[in-house]
Design a binder for this molecule. Structure first.
Ligand code: ZN
Length: 216
């Protein structure tokens, strides 16, 4: 899975922190980045395979601020459980009854995390705009970097085997996630980076509109 490094004037901003596993620190080290260089972590959402690496990173020496979409904040702070899957699918109902699968990961609380909301503008790498894209999780956000013609779309879509909206049983609200795909299509980025699978280029808007309408 992918995390992103935004190299700003004040240090490194990380988008997503991966699983609670050593892989992130190793990957950062290969880029010449030490944990203490990370001044900020922006989360696309609060799932353990995106936020699980925070606690490790903190223990390794960063005192970075941590920000996450408002509706996922309590989960990241340890005040609320992971949201249920949308019960409209059989797999979703099954998923809600089972313990998290191995590899989905653990999430230690980050009590000092703070909220991101629609339209927040972060003064980094030419500007990072927060776009609320709930559905995969209630507080899922995408990050729009217009200066780089880039959207970091988290888990709204997966590009594993083929490009598709996040599987329904992994979403808290399937129809909302399809609207999120349409929202990202409207941003029409030249590049759409996703957490699972490679980035999408070319006619991103056209492909996303088609996926949103087919699935809808
Ligand atoms: Zn997720």
């Amino acid at each position: 899975m992918n995390c992103w490094v935004l190299q700003g004037d004040d240090g490194v901003t990380l988008v997503d922190a991966g699983l609670a596993a050593p892989g992130l620190e190793r990957a950062l080290r290969r880029l010449g980045i030490a944990p203490r260089d990370v001044v900020r972590v922006l989360l696309t959402h609060g799932h353990p395979d995106h936020a699980g690496g925070l606690a490790r990173l903190r223990r390794a020496g960063t005192d970075s601020e941590v920000r996450v979409g408002a509706a996922d904040l309590a989960t990241v702070q340890g005040e609320a459980p992971q949201p249920d899957s949308d019960p409209s699918t059989r797999l979703g109902r099954l998923f809600n009854r089972l313990p998290p699968p191995p590899g989905f990961g653990e999430l230690e609380p980050t009590p000092d995390a703070t909220a991101l909301t629609e339209g927040d503008e972060l003064d980094l790498v030419g500007g990072v705009r927060v776009v609320e894209t709930p559905g995969h999780s209630p507080g899922h956000v995408a990050f729009h970097l217009p200066a780089h013609d880039l959207v970091i779309g988290g888990d709204a879509l997966f590009n594993v085997f083929s490009l598709r909206p996040a599987p329904g049983f992994l979403c808290s609200d399937v129809p909302a996630n399809l609207r999120a795909v349409a929202t990202i299509a409207d941003l029409a980025p030249g590049t759409l980076a996703l957490a699972h699978g490679s980035a999408v280029t070319g006619d991103v808007a056209g492909r996303l509109r088609e996926l949103a309408s087919q699935a809808g």
